[in-house]
Design a protein. Structure first.
Length: 341
């Protein structure tokens, strides 16, 4: 019986591995574009790994990935937009190829300082960028806005699948059955976001199913889920824990009045990590909401699940920012970009 059970387990694992290998998206995800590498030192000395894609003279879009991710998370967006825009993407502190934080400082304020350092190093002083952040990346943009001059550095912002306070509560408790009921308890929330346990080094049907349920919507493909799973496993457990606790303690809604540039807000209909209540509150409190976009049948990983829709929205924001730049340069409020969609 034991041998039969082990044999069945091996068969299930092989089928799981084959489904991922046979997914056509796998070839795209495993061959991300190569950027021009750059090392940027943040204000506390943290070395940030940055890559630049596209023509140097094109308008700049700065991409910030989320918790336990890496800059390659943006593979679809970079492939789609780098022919029109200069894209700057970087690994957040402790993630990917960026260095660990001195003194283990993973506070949201430090993530904001990192964005300022990247903008200083990659965007000429007389130019402005559009910044877009997924999940922790969106939180980092808000943290940056609290202590830095927004209008001097950026022309537009995008807060994608993110929240600015009260994480792992509200609708999440409703949508996730049984085990997540306990997340109403603050102690359990800390255990969820601050967990330091090791993760399976190889994707299994169980780990895959858990990640798919919590982080993805029904349209995600096997390769997309496995792609994120590999980033999650690669993120050091102590970094994952410290950043998770910083997000749990975060409250940044008071910063929104300082984000005075046109700001795109996007969330997924099935986002269980930062449910729609977060996006709607952010949209209501922004002084210059560009657009609130809700993607149906989409979870927390919208840039992986629905890259075409994310790129369309970012193009609209970038075109609007471009019109503002042209109008400011010409002194005419009606100036338009010739090739704006």
């Amino acid at each position: 019986m034991v041998a039969a059970g082990a044999g069945a387990g091996v068969l299930v694992q092989r089928r799981h591995t084959r489904r991922i290998a046979d997914d056509p998206e796998r070839a795209i995800l495993e061959a991300p574009p190569a950027g021009r590498p750059l090392s940027v030192a943040s204000s506390d000395g943290t070395e940030l790994h940055v890559e630049v894609f596209g023509a140097e003279e094109a308008p700049t879009l700065v991409l910030l990935h989320g918790w336990t991710e890496a800059l390659r998370y943006w593979v679809y967006v970079i492939r789609e937009l780098s022919d029109q825009f200069r894209i700057v993407a970087y690994d957040l502190r402790g993630h990917g190829r960026s260095g660990r934080a001195p003194g283990d400082d993973y506070s949201l304020a430090r993530f904001g300082d990192d964005l300022e350092a990247v903008l200083e190093a990659t965007v000429p002083g007389d130019e402005q960028a559009v910044v877009a952040g997924h999940s922790l990346g969106g939180m980092s943009i808000a943290a940056w806005a609290e202590h830095h001059d927004v209008s001097r550095r950026v022309r537009g912002a995008a807060l994608l699948f993110t929240g600015l306070g009260g994480l792992v509560g509200g609708q999440l408790v409703v949508h996730v059955p049984r085990f997540a009921q306990a997340l109403a308890d603050p102690v359990a929330r800390y255990a969820f976001l601050g967990a330091r346990g090791s993760l399976p080094r190889v994707s299994t049907p169980v780990s895959y199913a858990a990640i798919r349920y919590v982080a993805f919507g029904p349209r995600a493909t096997p390769a997309q889920v496995a792609f994120y799973e590999r980033m999650l496993v690669a993120c050091p457990a102590d970094v994952r824990s410290k950043v998770g606790l910083a997000m749990q303690e975060m409250e940044l809604h008071h910063v929104l009045p300082r984000l005075t540039v046109p700001t795109l807000v996007m969330d997924g209909e099935n986002d269980r990590l930062t449910p729609l209540t977060h996006a709607r509150r952010i949209a209501e409190e922004l002084p210059d909401l560009f657009e609130l976009v809700v993607l149906p049948e989409t979870g927390h990983m919208g840039p992986l699940e629905r890259p075409a829709d994310v790129c369309v929205a970012l193009r609209r924001l970038l075109a609007d920012a471009g019109r503002d730049i042209v109008a400011a340069a010409s002194g005419s409020p009606g100036a338009q970009l010739g090739n704006a969609p």
